[in-house]
Design a protein around this ligand. Sequence first.
Ligand SMILES: O=C(O)CCC(=O)C(=O)O
Length: 192
Amino acid sequence: MATNLLPRDGEAYLYPDVVPDPDAVLERLLADVAWRQETAHIMGRDVALPRLTAWYGERGYRYSGIDNPPQPWLPDLRTLRDLAERLSGHSFNAVLLNLYRCGRDSVAWHRDAEPALGCDPVVASVSLGAARRFAMRHLEDRGLRVTLDLPHGSLLVMGPGSQRHWQHALPKTARAVGARLNLTYRSIMAGV
Ligand SMILES: O=C(O)CCC(=O)C(=O)O
């Protein structure tokens, strides 16, 4: 039984070493996924996201002004979804993929809180490739932080409360690190 990493107002559980044959899965996904360089519109300027992204699954999704239409699952994405569902006890109908090419790639503080995710979403996050530091901070009590390394082949389940009361980020690092691929499985509601 994994222990809750959050001291209050939410749940997050890390399951190391759960992806079978992670090197082969990583290699296939790097080659087969339709990676995109998206831009976000920030303060009147178009800014390239510091990572590549892709979206797959039965439902589309819009975040930060970026439209992600539904796209059929790849076999590896379906297998990882089944694993995430088994370990989390939740079901998922779509996945956002992030490719961090090197230590300069990152994701800023945010919550996965779009209306289509519902009021208290559970997000299951698979990590492949270089281990990177992942940070969570409490929304009201910004000094309350949890940081952990997300290793190759692991699953982080961000459970109830984790998106309502906490933000998360993947900071840049000056260390020489290789590519990291992250998959966040989500449940998207229809017609929202
Ligand atoms: O790469 C990660 O571990 C985090 C990804 C993330 O924050 C997101 O997709 O919302």
